[in-house]
Design a protein around this ligand. Structure first.
Ligand code: AMP
Length: 408
């Protein structure tokens, strides 16, 4: 079958895209790119697979107020020009929340969209944008098959115990559960791990996805056993703007004693907390590392303290630990954050090779470390392409070879 597969990952102010050949066994995109600053100052960047940088040469140019609804049809036109005779034959989307029953990707239908709309309150920062992108593509190309790939699916392998809160049983039965997120990233890492670890990939592994959003996943046999995020993507680690684990009594206090509304608390916890809230400076780790002020330092210290604690707790869910994998923006690029987290895990037998760590090498643990530590760039678009290809064509799983994502 000839054709190309479009992958979209729509965030609140960004839209990542990649286009993959259907016919090839390796998942290396023809073109990969991103719109950043949507709604304020949209900026476009894209590269072809040969490394050539591409520019946005559409008319009219990107205006300040261009939103996703105008960008997506314009992007489809731009891609047509790039692809020449090769048609786009399917689209795959990142969708943050798939609820409790989707343990894999699903073809988009009206019924599925209605089901996913109902989950918006559980992922208010991401889900509306993910679903809007699906609807924009459906309007621009009504006959194009579309696939939704969920960040929650990978965690449906967890035991009922790992997914349960200690709440009255009827609330658990209603779906107040630990869903877990970043599943597409974990799925990609689980897929590529045997290449680096051989049979040890099926051992006790914790993947630390440390980006603006951050979480960890404990795996055995490359399946999720436990994860740090829960009912929403607020739980667990300290994040760019999100608070991570919080005593629920704080929320009651904010409502009862400070008279804050649900909307105000939501903004506080999703947008004003985390690294931004503690530093008062930025949600961006690279910015904080460069700024050398006591509050920035305290925010970084809290991030690392909590990450090490979460990792140790997750290790209990898989009866110990063989391998740690760092991934995502901070995990892939910040040697100092990796070192600060690992220094706190010396008692577990984690010892880094400082030179390898400084180079962001694949293997950064010292030879005599009891626990192996790797840095592996994640590639959520590749796993979406893989799943979408399986669901929309007659190609089967086994042929796909995941590429190592090139480091930028
Ligand atoms: P992501 O959400 O995966 O794109 O990751 C974004 C986060 O990675 C931001 O906090 C960035 O500041 C951080 N980041 C990217 N590169 C570096 C770096 N070289 N040092 C420290 N943090 C970085």
């Amino acid at each position: 079958m000839m054709g190309a597969l479009l992958v979209l990952n729509a965030g609140s102010s960004s839209l990542k895209f990649a286009v993959y050949p259907i016919a090839e066994d390796t998942l290396t995109p023809f073109v990969r790119g991103k719109f950043a600053g949507i709604g304020t100052a949209p900026a476009f960047s894209a590269r072809r697979r040969d490394g050539e940088t591409l520019t946005w040469d559409q008319v009219p140019p990107l205006a300040k107020n261009t939103g996703h609804d105008a960008l997506i049809p314009a992007l489809l036109d731009w891609l047509k020009a790039q692809l020449g005779d090769l048609p786009i034959v399917a689209a795959g989307h990142r969708v943050v929340h798939g609820g409790r029953f989707h343990d894999g990707p699903a073809r988009v239908t009206d019924a599925l969209l209605a089901e996913l709309d109902a989950l918006v309150p559980l992922a208010p920062l991401h889900q509306p944008h993910n679903l809007a992108a699906i609807r924009c593509v459906a309007t621009a190309a009504p006959d194009l098959p579309q696939v939704a790939c969920f960040d929650t699916s990978f965690h449906r392998s967890q035991s009922p115990l790992a997914q349960m809160f200690a709440l009255p049983r009827h609330l658990t039965e209603e779906g107040i559960l630990r869903y877990g997120f970043h599943g597409l990233s974990y799925d990609y890492i689980a897929g590529i791990l045997p290449r680096h670890l051989g049979e040890r990939a099926d051992g006790r592994v914790i993947v630390a996805h440390l980006g603006n959003g951050a979480s960890m996943c404990a795996m055995k046999n490359r399946r999720s056993v436990a994860t740090s995020m829960g009912f929403t993507a607020l739980d667990g680690l300290v994040m760019g703007q999100r608070c991570g684990t919080l005593d629920p009594g704080v929320v009651l206090y904010l409502m009862q004693e400070k008279g804050m509304s649900a909307a105000e608390i939501s903004t506080l916890l999703y947008e004003r907390s985390g690294l931004l809230g503690v530093s008062g400076i930025s949600n961006d780790m690279a910015t904080l590392e460069a700024c050398n002020t006591p509050r920035a330092e305290e925010a970084i210290a809290l991030f690392c303290y909590r990450a090490a604690g979460e990792l140790a707790q997750l290790a209990a869910s898989i009866d110990g630990l063989d391998t740690i994998v760092f991934t995502a923006g901070i995990g892939e690029n910040s040697a100092s954050i990796r070192a600060r987290i690992c220094d706190r895990l010396l008692w577990m037998g984690v010892k880094l090779d400082a030179a390898a760590n400084a180079k962001n090498a694949l293997r950064i643990s010292a030879l005599w470390s009891e626990i192996e530590v790797l840095v592996i760039p994640t590639d959520e678009e590749a796993i979406i392409a893989h799943s979408s290809r399986v669901l929309t064509t007659d190609r089967c799983d086994e042929n796909t070879a995941f590429p190592d994502k090139a480091k930028p």
